[in-house]
Ligand binder design. Sequence first.
Ligand SMILES: Nc1ncnc2c1ncn2[C@@H]1O[C@H](COP(=O)(O)OP(=O)(O)O)[C@@H](O)[C@H]1O
Ligand SMILES: [Mg+2]
Length: 373
Amino acid sequence: MSSEALKRAVMDALSSVVHPHTGDDVVASGHVQKLEVEDGGRVRFSFLLKTEDPGALIKHARSAAEGVDGVTEVKVNVQLPQAGSAGGAPSASGGGLKPGSVPAPTPRPGLLSEVDHVVAVSSGKGGVGKSMVATNLAAALAAEGLRVGLLDADIYGPNIPRMFGETRRPRVTGDKGKEMIEPLEAHGVRLMSLGFLLEDEQPAIMRGPLIAGILKQFLEQVDWGPLDLMVVDMPPGTGDAQLSLVQTIDLDGAIMVSTSQAVATGDVRRGVKMFEKVNTPVMGVVENMSGYICGECGTEVDIFGSGGAERLAREMGLDFLGRIPLDPAVRKAGDAGRPTVTSAPDSPAGKALSEMARKVFTALRADGAKVPA
Ligand SMILES: Nc1ncnc2c1ncn2[C@@H]1O[C@H](COP(=O)(O)OP(=O)(O)O)[C@@H](O)[C@H]1O
Ligand SMILES: [Mg+2]
């Protein structure tokens, strides 16, 4: 087929993708721009994603183009609106990942296009085990042979390096002006964290609006390579910074982590609302530190209470992804810089975490991420 004919076929396929809110197809609505078809069936186009658009639209457009006979490769250059996005001023070419530097004006094309699924792990407040859950979700699925990345987006308290026992500094490769950062690989997971780039004693004091900018650079200037799944450890809370972050990343879904008693503060509800606002499906709720299993006698002791997060999930019509007990194995694994699912797979928490990871991936595979009503 000639490139012209292939281009028409791709355009037709893209016209079948309909915006869930407006009912218009993404070609007619101007979301798809600059469609080019090169020899050998390589397709590229820009996708203009407005704030209110669901990120999944891009995925649907990509699949539509990939489904056309003769297409060998699809690259999507996602364009985000400039107004209201963090920073906005163009960075010097190449930028470099310095805390406080401004985001590049448009995302570098084709990077996250190699990532099949992106899932955020979020919590209303800190200290509930969000990073622990993100770490073990990533490590469990990597251990099953998936290609997994973990992006530590909690720039206030980046603790992914510690949880993976990773103290190296990432390498920078590529020509001047096109430098890329190589993620570090630990326990089978490709990692990027601001913690790798900051000096230990340097406080990560950054104002909210900068978060999305730094994160955008993590998406654009980190050479993630092809991944089946990227897990994003979100900063706690539901403020503007978190909101702009979830608008920056094309998320397939979000997982909320809470303890039983933290449910009472309403933070989880606010978190769910935030994701609904940007049309990111909440895939479910994890209840962490749910009961303590006595190491001596094996009996369960209900220290902080349990069941609160599960009840909330039911009330809100969300899936419940499991209860992770308070377990000394988790602390030991954390201290040793090793994920619980691989260092203590038979511990009560290790088992619960593996089960949770399997549920999450099954949901994604089924293209599961349920769309909120
Ligand atoms: N189920 C658990 N059992 C024992 N310790 C836990 C458990 N979940 C988390 N922790 C510990 O509690 C602390 C806070 O967890 P973390 O994942 O860092 O929370 P967050 O990222 O939400 O701030 C960490 O030291 C972690 O190892
Ligand atoms: Mg954390």
